[in-house]
Design a protein around this ligand. Structure first.
Ligand code: IMP
Ligand code: MG
Length: 189
């Protein structure tokens, strides 16, 4: 076998990845976010709504950092497909299993980019009669915003780059990285 045909043995140290936030940095920030959420929602039994699939890793760490009574739900929204740019089309692919009427909702998302997905989702939850709707996002790619979205709990603000890891994917790859990285070349293997 020639060396060029040998795949990198380690996915986590793939040379196409430029580390942005380490696992330790992410955990430290989530501990702060969880403490803040527990304080602000004390005695209110909020429903945390994770946006599949990207938010699942963040959500699983965030709830364990949030010492408060809460419920957990998931929703899936149509996203980029295999592209690195949003199509602007938003659609609920998997809906919630419970009504949100009268509930305090905290949407948990991996990243807010153009804001198209979140502005649609937050509006939908308001329309369904939620008592309050707030948003926690690990990453805020603020330079690319097309719709104004208020992020109540933000992990990190990042520049306009395509990032992967810690739940975020490129064509379903790299969700399992324990850290967040910039994908250097989308065309590289
Ligand atoms: P928005 O509607 O443009 O804000 O896009 C939000 C969704 O696009 C996120 O939930 C992600 O699934 C995806 N997305 C946006 N930017 C990135 C990125 O840099 N890496 C991976 N996924 C991204
Ligand atoms: Mg997402």
């Amino acid at each position: 076998m020639s060396s060029s045909s040998v795949r990198a043995a380690s996915e986590f140290t793939n040379p196409n990845l430029e580390p942005l936030f380490s696992a330790e940095q992410i955990q430290a920030r989530i501990a702060e976010m969880g403490a803040e959420i527990a304080r602000e929602y004390a005695g209110r039994n909020p429903l945390l709504v994770g946006v599949l699939k990207g938010a699942c890793v963040f959500l699983s760490d965030l709830v364990r950092a949030t010492d408060a009574r809460l419920g957990l739900e998931f929703i899936a929204i149509s996203s980029y497909g295999n592209s690195t740019r949003s199509s602007g089309e938003v659609r609920i692919v998997k809906d919630l299993d419970v009504p949100v009427e009268g509930r305090d909702i905290l949407v948990v998302e991996d990243i807010v980019d153009t804001g198209l997905t979140l502005s649609y989702l937050l509006q939908t939850l308001h329309t369904r009669g939620a008592r309050s709707v707030k948003l926690a996002a690990l990453l805020d790619k603020w330079e690319r915003r097309e719709r104004e979205v208020e992020i109540d709990y933000v992990g990190f603000r990042i520049p306009d780059a395509f990032v992967v890891g810690y739940g975020l994917d490129f064509a379903e790859r790299y969700r399992n990285l324990p850290y967040v990285a910039v994908l250097k070349d989308p065309d590289a293997d």
